[in-house]
Design a protein around this ligand. Sequence first.
Ligand code: FES
Ligand SMILES: [Fe+2]
Length: 422
Amino acid sequence: MAHFPKPAEGSWTEHFKIDTSPTSYEDSISPEHYEAEREAIFKKTWLNIGRVEQLPKGGSYFTKELSAAKTSVIVVRGKDNEIRSFHNICRHRGNKLVWNDFPREEVSGSCRQFTCKYHGWRYDLDGELTFVQQEGEFFDLDKQNFGLAPIRTEVWEGFVFINFDNDAAPLKEYLGAYAKGLDTYPFGKMTEVYKYRAEIGANWKLFIDAFMEFYHAPILHQKQAVDDESRKLREVGYEALSYGVDGPHALVSSWGGMAPPKDESMVKPIERLLRSGLFGLWDAPDVGPIPEAGLNPTRHKAWGEDSFLFFPNFMLLVWKPNWYLTYHYWPTSYNTHTFECSLYFVPPTNAYERLQHELAAVTFKEYALQDANTLEATQTMLESRAVTEFPLNDQEVALRHLHTTARAYVADHKAEKDQASA
Ligand code: FES
Ligand SMILES: [Fe+2]
């Protein structure tokens, strides 16, 4: 018996017209499929690569290694305040332009121009080539034609996105209704950031799977709650308040019983002391008006958190006590990816608040570690192909949608290519 109402069709999966039969995970273990995803997805869709706070002034820059799209990117704020992105390659002989000690490491900083380490060509913040060493040795070189290779860059609510496809629809159109619902959310007030990054031995989609369902939570994370509470959670199981799908994007809307808990004895002593934990601070800071239309779609009073997946690899979790977190999953091969998590709070005004943030951040990390090492165990056995079809339940609808969407992007891209070459 469902605790929360389901759509008239009887299940979320059927409601969204997604096939309910057992699913193949070949899309997560095939090197060829991954190669196709690089072209069809990572070179075609809007990718969130950071936030405007990482570029506080004209000349601020950071680089992003995008193995999935086979490039490295420089993101820079110009003197005119515009944020631009370029492929991180020198036009002279292809050296990576911006890096410090290790060419594969991401860097950030601020500068007035970019100078190539190899032969000293210089580029201004708009990407124009401004200086060529021994220019007279070249053959009819017109500097105007040798600026950095630009990449489309657009910003939504402080989130900086790039797209390698010049024909793609504008960012806001692509992000659709979920982003529209969050327009004016005070992301810009939540600038106290805690970041984690991990190399994961699993396909990028497997980690999204683990964050788009909480069916696993009462089992995999049972040691995180006190014994009594943990037993209760296992008996009840997990149901989301609702699920949503908007084009390639998806939403899991969840209750959040621990901020604050109904019964304080269900949480650990340090959580009682600091009034904080996995669900964030129990006492929400004042951030002014929240665009309520975009959150808690069922208007449930037990609502605690909405997890948005903006396809392909950007998750945004907005929590009731006025904080948010982001996940990014950057593929590095068919069975590895770099996982990034960032938690954003309103800056603390005293040491107690700072400790509240720290507790939320470390509690989160414990959970994420449990999720991550399970993924490696899953990846290795999926690769055995000893079993090839897996039954997903209705609480796993959002991940079914993710895999269906990713496969459709690959199929559509292949069809377009076949048509072009016919
Ligand atoms: S490769 Fe950059 S100046 Fe030669
Ligand atoms: Fe988890």
